[in-house]
Design a protein around this ligand. Structure first.
Ligand code: BG6
Length: 521
């Protein structure tokens, strides 16, 4: 790699190089949207890049009566539209799809799981599997179903001896399946702390915690992973990464679209459960955690949990003053498309008070960040779409330039741009040529200019789950600690009058397509 005239070596981190194991990749609820839009397109991209084991077998498991070729046909349409590679490679598709099979089963009945166990354990031949092929001994169960099915499905897998906990696998596994068994669970993980704990209890009854992979797709994004690389592979940032030098941190995820067809789910969740509990809180943890003892998953999870435990919640009034909630009314997207008011969206209650915008200012009660406000904000149907973390540094001492410029001398700021325009920007002050003036300037690093491609989050997460690396997934205690914050916020809001003062928990209305709100300082 060269920068200017100099050539630098690239350091390949052998300890982080992932080697996915051969496995049966079983997608439960395989005929749904997630499977068509995300899981199989990601698998196809991985396959096209030769990053999947040659013997991987993919097995759709769902209720619809389909033949292998019908299932492949549906997935082909999904892969054509949603795979990262824009050129559809017919030959690659033929080779890839020949490894996809379908088992029809009622996900609510034990019989289907018993059959799955016979098939995976080699006691029943998978219809359609060529004579020359056998199934790998490992099995990954991907729950692409709605959340109320997570627990019951885990129990049914366990009862069919397809789990990995002692109870469900037994000393000698009667299913005959002798390799590892892992469970991948999508979000939402619980609707509050209580239901998340209950879900964990059920999952852990059937799978060991280290075999449970809770997805937060933000952690699979390259730019989010880059956070740890930037912080801990440079010596210029970390000495400044504390309350002595950082004035505030803003983490924002804004979207231009409304909720579309997801009203049934969203109206019960709102922005706080849909985005804050997972993506935003995870970004905060990665931005503020201490350097882990090592790069192994447990050390990283431990540090994230410490961040969350350092947040002291000081009661309803305090939470109401630190938070804002809003809901969009009728308006239009930046492209001119009309967006109905949130309460007019399909499957939303007409008198719904569910928030589509949330802002929450938190403080960590720890040595490094005590007193530094961290604002987490997210919303739908705004004029801009971006996700970013901005670290605002303190103003320089008042002597010299700052004394004269005062408020016009901007603070240094480091922006970690997650999407779009993925990159890192550093804002600093510089002289205006030919004038005794100072103006803000920027150093910009753009991922797209330096990388051949940016893998999709699901490509990375699938690779990690097949490789047995849980770093980019959520551990049970992380999820519980995040729920502690969101539960308290929801409780505070439920005690406030939604029609009241927005500074005391009232619901703000904003027209769809409005500019992203100014940050309150
Ligand atoms: C999902 C939320 O987890 O993340 C959606 O359920 C949201 O409501 C989406 O739109 C945003 O993800 P991304 O990758 O498009 O920023």
């Amino acid at each position: 790699m060269s920068i200017g005239d100099e050539t630098y070596p690239v350091c390949n981190l052998q300890s982080l190089a992932l080697v996915p194991d051969a496995a049966c990749f079983v997608v439960l609820g395989a005929t749904g949207d997630l499977s068509r839009r995300k899981i199989f397109p990601a698998l196809f991209d991985l396959f096209s890049d030769s990053r999947l084991p040659e013997t991987l077998v993919m097995l759709g498991f769902a209720r619809h009566p389909l033949l292998d070729q019908d299932f492949r046909h549906d997935l082909e349409a999904g892969c054509r539209s949603y795979a990262r590679r824009r050129e559809f490679d017919e030959a690659a598709w033929q080779a890839f799809s020949s490894r996809i099979f379908y088992l029809e089963a009622d996900l609510e009945e034990a019989a289907g799981y018993e059959r799955l166990a016979r098939v995976l354990g080699g006691r029943e031949r998978l219809p359609g599997l060529p004579e020359s092929q056998s199934l790998p001994a490992n099995a990954l169960f991907y729950l692409a179903v709605s959340p109320e099915h997570f627990g019951p499905i885990a129990d049914r897998l366990g009862s069919a001896c397809l789990g990995s906990s002692e109870r469900s696998s037994g000393a000698v596994n009667p299913s005959g399946l002798c390799g590892w068994r892992r469970l991948v669970v999508e979000k939402p993980y619980g609707a509050d702390g209580k239901s998340a704990r209950e879900l964990t209890r059920v999952l852990q009854r059937n799978f060991k915690e280290e075999d449970i992979y809770r997805i937060d797709h933000y952690l699979g994004k390259e730019t989010v992973q880059n956070l740890l690389y930037i912080r801990f592979s440079n010596s210029i940032f970390e000495p400044l990464w504390n309350r002595n030098h950082i004035e505030s941190i803003d983490i924002s995820v804004f979207e231009t679209e409304g909720i579309g067809q997801r009203g049934g789910y969203y109206d019960k969740a709102g922005a706080s459960r849909d985005m804050l509990q997972n993506h935003l809180i995870q970004l905060m943890c990665l931005t503020t955690m201490e350097p882990p003892a090592s790069l192994d998953p447990e050390s990283i999870h431990d540090e994230k949990v410490k961040v969350l435990k350092s947040i002291t919640l000081k009661g309803t009034r305090d939470l109401l003053s630190r938070s804002r909630r809003g809901q969009y009314t009728r308006g239009s997207s930046p492209g001119g498309k009309e967006i109905p008011a949130y309460v007019e969206e399909a499957k939303v209650r007409p008198d719904s008070r569910t928030e589509t915008y949330v802002s929450l200012r938190l403080e960590l009660d720890n040595w490094r960040f005590s007193g530094v406000p961290i604002t987490l904000r997210t919303g739908k149907a705004f004029a801009d779409k971006y996700s970013q973390i901005v670290i605002h540094f303190r103003r320089p001492p008042t002597a010299l330039f700052a004394a004269q410029c005062r408020e016009t001398l901007v603070h240094n700021a480091l922006t970690i741009r997650i999407q779009p325009d993925e990159g890192v920007w550093l804002r600093f002050n510089a002289k205006v040529p030919g004038m005794p003036s100072i103006k803000p300037s920027e150093l910009r690093f753009s991922y797209r200019e330096t990388a051949d491609y940016l893998p999709e989050a699901y490509e990375r997460l699938i690779t990690d789950a097949l490789s047995g690396d849980s770093t980019l997934f959520i551990r049970a205690d992380e999820s519980e600690e995040a729920w502690r914050i969101v539960d308290a916020l929801e409780k505070a809001w439920s005690s406030a009058d939604p029609m009241g003062n927005p500074f005391e928990g009232g619901l703000l209305e904003y027209a769809a397509g409005s500019p992203v709100p100014e940050l309150e300082r």
